[in-house]
Design a protein around this ligand. Sequence first.
Ligand code: DQA
Length: 146
Amino acid sequence: MSSKTIMVLNGPNLNLLGQREPETYGTETLADVEAACAALAGELGLTLDFRQSNIEGELVTWIQQARKRATAIIINPAAYTHTSVAILDALNAFDGPVIEVHVSNIHKREAFRHHSFVSRRADGVIAGCGTQGYLLALRQVAHLLG
Ligand code: DQA
């Protein structure tokens, strides 16, 4: 295992980033986000492991794998943010830094998006900074890892 692998996990519908609701989520695709993260990770001396799933259990399995494979987790759980105790429990079993990212400002939106299960575990939360939030999260992880 690399001591500096950062797992970046993306939840349901984020495979449609750039296509769905561009007024809310912008026009950059998830591939664009991955490329930008990979470039910055390289500059910061971090290894990127970037994934997306529409399946809650798959995200749980990946978080469990991160216990051995990753130093930190950056996660945009998408809709599972607001529903998933399973993802929270999996993150609670992970020892390193966890940063939660949302492209949109969930607090400016519908009431059901205001609560995040994941925020109970996250060391930092970035919302409303667009896809730039992923890069801010990577910089924060680099800062926390020293
Ligand atoms: C999101 C916000 C969630 O409420 C929503 O379900 C998403 C994306 C965001 O990045 O702004 O799918 O996590």
